[in-house]
Write a protein that binds this ligand. Structure first.
Ligand SMILES: [Fe+2]
Length: 331
């Protein structure tokens, strides 16, 4: 079985890289490298990039990439049905990849050997005083305004028409484990949503790295990036709003995985999420079964829009920051 280390990066295609650069910078990513066709964005972690924006005539999703533990894993992957040969990656830090396709044809890349870079400075997590657990004495709380610095890519959520095939594929090909399944009793074998984590043995890993949900068509619903803490998320929300971007849904707390969430729609119409304070599971964590209802989606937060399940698909037109529209109107 392949040893998947972590989710590594995603690739999206956009018709306007300029406005996407502005959006993702306000979102808390940093341009690491640029070519004529691509922008490589990094977080504060040691990966040279976690998001690739590629110039294209139409917006589309490109790929989800996972890092594998060893070159031997890449060789194993290259022998899987439909896999590519091992090829060189184009981006900063080099490395190699094997391309696979999941049952709906979505490109999944397995990468290895990308050279790490130095981490970026990041505000330390705040020391919180809860009612009965005081831990900050004689010190003040001043996190400072600004974008929510993105640490790393955390997960992708995917709408699928054929849940059983996708569920089997992600478990059999990538070794993922079900953390939570949303089911209609008594039909436990046909979940309407599945939250899958990496198998990292006894090490703790995110509650889900891939989330699948039954949908009328196959599409990537959103990708999600981790930020430092709740204050970073709320300050980031305020920052995005001040820059003219309209919030999509958040801030709130999910049920399955417990993350505090905040969703935005990028200029091409894709959903992108900030998250913090998610659950960590390991190989011994049992799978949970939950009945489908709004309460299975979030514990608190603003009312959920029906557009949420449509993801980026509901965006018929590009989203532009209000200030840009204002400037265009004035000129
Ligand atoms: Fe998410």
């Amino acid at each position: 079985m392949l040893q998947i280390k972590d989710i590594n990066h995603v690739l999206y295609r956009h018709p306007d890289l300029g406005v996407v650069e502005r959006f993702l910078t306000d979102f808390g990513l940093v341009v690491m490298h640029r070519t004529e066709q691509r922008l490589y964005f990094r977080g504060t972690c040691s990966l040279p990039y976690v998001y690739i924006a590629e110039k294209a005539s139409e917006a589309s999703f490109g790929a989800i990439a996972f890092a594998v533990e060893s070159l031997d894993d890449l060789h194993q992957a290259s022998r899987l049905p439909g896999a590519s040969v091992i090829r060189a990656l184009e981006g900063p830090g080099g490395g190699q990849y094997v391309a696979l396709h999941d049952p709906s044809g979505r490109r999944i890349e397995l990468v290895h050997g990308i050279e790490a870079v130095g981490t970026l400075p990041q505000r330390a997590a705040l020391t919180l005083n809860s009612a009965h657990h005081k831990q900050r004495f004689g010190d003040v709380q001043r996190p400072g305004k600004g974008a929510a610095q993105v640490l790393r890519l955390g997960h992708a959520a995917i709408g699928v028409q054929d849940m059983p095939r996708h569920l089997a594929w992600y478990q059999q090909m990538l070794g993922m484990l079900p953390s939570d399944l949303v089911v209609e009793e008594p039909d436990r074998d046909r979940p309407s949503a599945a939250f899958l984590r990496l198998n990292r043995g006894s090490a703790w890993t995110d509650h889900h790295t891939i989330a699948l949900f039954q949908a009328p068509k196959d599409f990537v619903h959103h990708v999600s990036f981790e930020v430092q803490d709740f204050d970073a998320q709320c300050l980031g929300h305020e920052w995005m709003t001040l820059q003219g971007w309209s919030p999509f849904w958040g801030v709130g707390r999910h049920m399955l995985g417990s993350q505090i969430f905040d969703y935005w729609r990028d200029p091409s119409g894709n959903l992108i999420e900030h998250f913090t304070d998610g659950d960590l599971f390991n190989q011994d964590s049992p799978s949970g079964y939950t009945q489908a209802c709004d309460a299975s989606l979030y514990q608190w937060g603003p009312p959920m829009s029906v557009e949420f399940f449509l993801g980026g698909e509901c965006a018929a037109e590009q989203t532009v920051p209000r200030s840009t529209s204002d400037r265009q109107r004035r000129s």
